[in-house]
Design a protein around this ligand. Structure first.
Ligand code: FAD
Length: 284
């Protein structure tokens, strides 16, 4: 079990990891392998102290190197769900479980755009987790909607369970090889509805009926990630100690709101680590 699980490999996440290590805590920083953090795309940063004219990529590499040198662990994968238990948290990282004493949310401001009708059908046939829900669709007909190559990987697992599988791209991506039983569809998914027979996927070429629809993107909607997390629009409200409304869960960086700036993210990551350390010490 790790002391602090930090979700996100941006400035907030790495800063949090550094301070956690300085406090003698174990810290694991988690983000998908093909990272979607914003800073990676910035060509030049001029307002971060001590690093003039640096690119976002260079800055991130430097943060990462410093955190790893201090003993932080790095783990690849999208965190799909956080489950609070009595004295710890269980995180579903892709298809593996990670246990942590505290959690710091440092997921940036990017939020997935949901399809119309998607949220209404969540838990009623729409799922974001093949491992959690795949078994319910044994010998059934499903659709996989994916914005990344990860969808093809999940297809391989689901293909062993279901009787029919259609694969749709939500966003252009380097499609990996699909399992033989999966049918790649060219149509563009537009919305999700329901009829008496099951779920309806409406596309730019008509509607199709499915028993289940699995959706894979590079980020998770906040209410799916942690069920009781309070939100304000697409941001997470925190106090000055970076506490969220869920005890033991802290948030830092762009995900807490404006200004969306590196210096603010780094500062909040530092505070979140100090608060997480205090939470663990108090609990003991
Ligand atoms: C083009 C551009 C230029 C910019 N220029 C500047 C500038 O000059 N100065 C400045 O101060 N700011 C600038 N910014 C803003 C700056 O990039 C952000 O404020 C900063 O990156 C926020 O850091 P963060 O750690 O909060 O989030 P991010 O850097 O967005 O990192 C979020 C991390 O969370 C991960 N993640 C998200 N969801 C999950 C999940 N469910 N499971 C696992 N991991 C997840 C992502 O993959 C990513 O690693 C710029 C932004 C852009 C896009």
């Amino acid at each position: 079990m790790v002391d602090i699980a930090i979700i996100g490999k941006g400035p907030a996440g790495w800063s949090c990891a550094m301070t956690a290590r300085m406090r003698g805590l174990s810290a694991t920083v988690i983000a998908p392998k093909n990272d979607t953090g914003w800073l990676r795309t910035a060509e030049r940063i001029d307002n971060y102290p001590g690093m003039p004219m640096v690119s976002g990529r260079e800055m991130l590499a430097s943060f990462r190197e410093q955190a790893l040198a201090l003993g932080a662990e790095e783990r690849h994968g999208l965190v799909r769900q956080i489950m609070p238990l009595k004295d710890r948290f269980m995180l579903l990282v892709e298809n593996d479980i990670l246990e942590a004493g505290t959690v710091v949310l440092a997921m940036g401001a990017a939020r997935p755009t949901l399809l119309p009708g998607e949220e209404e059908q969540l838990g009623r046939g729409v799922s974001y987790c093949a491992t959690c829900d795949g078994m319910f669709y044994r010998n059934k007909k499903i659709a996989v909607l994916s914005a990344s190559p990860q969808g093809a990987e999940e297809c391989r697992f689901l293909a062993g369970l279901v009787s029919a599988l259609d694969y749709y791209s939500l966003k252009h991506h380097q499609a990996q090889e699909l399992p033989p039983m999966a049918v790649g569809k060219e149509e563009k998914p537009l919305s999700i509805g329901r009829s008496e027979e099951g779920l309806l996927l409406h596309t730019d070429n008509g509607s199709r009926l499915y028993d289940g629809i699995f959706i894979f993107r590079a980020a998770m909607p906040l209410n799916m990630l942690l069920a009781d997390l309070a939100t304000e629009g697409s941001f997470i409200p925190v106090d000055r100690a970076m506490k969220t409304n869920v005890p033991g869960v802290f948030a830092a960086g762009d995900c807490t709101g404006q200004p969306l700036q590196i210096a603010k993210a780094v500062g909040e990551g530092n505070i979140a680590a100090i608060s997480a350390a205090a939470y663990l010490a108090h609990r003991e």
